[in-house]
Design a protein around this ligand. Structure first.
Ligand code: HEC
Ligand code: HEC
Ligand code: HEC
Ligand code: HEC
Length: 193
């Protein structure tokens, strides 16, 4: 009887030690490498008026249709030389690839500018910029754009960040201009889907 209890106690001590050990070394957690999750994951929380029409505004940009500029008959939609800048996460293990083309990663999606989202997309992390950035969220700037907007693009005609920003992202245009305003399109009359 006594021996049995001894064995049980010993077992409990072991279990306790094993469950505490990882907590003690929590200073250095093995961070999983962020993976691409696709636009629809971001859409869940970033669509509609309360969220500043981020999703709807992005849909209006050329980025959302960048695959359409590639000619399938000429093989461009499978050409790494083009896909490099016309899809999301090309070259990364979990990014868009030719063998298993993922529509959610085709075109220049959220993660092309904001980085792969697997580690920052949960609400508790997203709510705090610092945590999100630590989990891989990129706050894009001019340098982010120039990863693709540069002389290597066969159609490059220069890049002006200030004018490109409202047209290329999902920003509200503060001062109306005569150029098309992708950011003001999805008003009340067209309920976002
Ligand atoms: C579970 C809901 C949820 C999901 C999924 C989500 N977000 Fe967020 N995101 C939030 C919330 C909440 C905030 C805080 C600001 C706000 O309320 O809009 C935020 C903020 C942000 C910010 C602003 C950060 C800052 O401080 O400037 C960016 C950029 C962002 N999200 C991008 C993304 C991207 C890209 C994805 C998809 C990979 C994504 N989010 C998925 C809820 C979400
Ligand atoms: C992953 C590559 C990539 C990144 C990063 C990127 N772009 Fe683009 N951008 C493209 C491609 C490709 C097109 C062309 C889309 C098409 O028409 O097929 C484009 C088109 C545009 C256009 C429309 C250009 C035109 O001539 O009509 C604007 C504006 C723009 N981008 C702004 C930006 C801004 C601002 C940033 C950074 C905040 C940015 N882009 C980041 C690849 C990128
Ligand atoms: C270095 C990044 C990059 C590469 C590589 C790239 N593109 Fe693009 N592409 C862009 C950007 C950025 C734009 C937006 C216009 C601009 O600034 O060139 C664009 C725009 C386009 C457009 C629309 C042009 C217009 O005026 O509306 C076509 C068509 C296109 N690319 C085809 C291709 C093809 C075909 C390839 C492969 C041979 C390719 N691109 C490779 C970045 C790239
Ligand atoms: C072409 C690059 C680009 C793409 C694509 C893009 N963003 Fe952004 N995003 C930006 C830039 C630039 C900022 C402003 C960063 C700063 O705070 O200076 C931003 C800011 C944000 C913010 C915070 C400010 C705001 O407007 O609410 C959210 C949320 C956000 N992005 C979500 C998204 C989501 C969701 C998608 C996909 C539907 C997306 N972004 C696609 C470039 C991009």
């Amino acid at each position: 009887m006594n021996r049995k209890i001894g064995v049980v106690i010993l077992a409990l001590v072991f279990i306790a030690a094993w469950s505490v050990l990882p907590l003690l070394s929590a200073e250095e957690p093995a961070k999983p490498a962020p993976t691409y999750v696709g636009n629809s994951k971001c859409k869940m929380c970033h669509k509609g008026e309360a969220k500043g029409f981020v999703w709807e505004n992005w849909l209006e940009t050329k980025h959302a249709k960048s695959m359409e500029s590639l000619n399938a008959e000429k093989g461009e939609t499978k050409d790494p030389k083009c896909l490099k800048c016309h899809v999301t996460g090309f070259g990364a293990e979990t990014g868009y690839n030719v063998e298993t083309p993922n529509e959610d990663l085709a075109n220049i999606g959220c993660e092309a500018c904001h980085g792969p989202g697997s580690e920052y997309k949960s609400l508790t992390i997203m709510k705090e910029r610092e945590k999100a950035v630590a989990a891989g969220l990129i706050i894009p700037n001019e340098a982010t754009c120039k990863i693709c907007h540069n002389e290597e693009s066969p159609t490059y005609k220069g890049f002006d960040y200030t004018t490109a920003l409202p047209l290329g992202t999902h920003m509200k245009v503060e001062t109306p201009t005569e150029t098309p305003k992708p950011t003001e399109k999805p008003a009340e009359e067209e309920k976002p889907k």
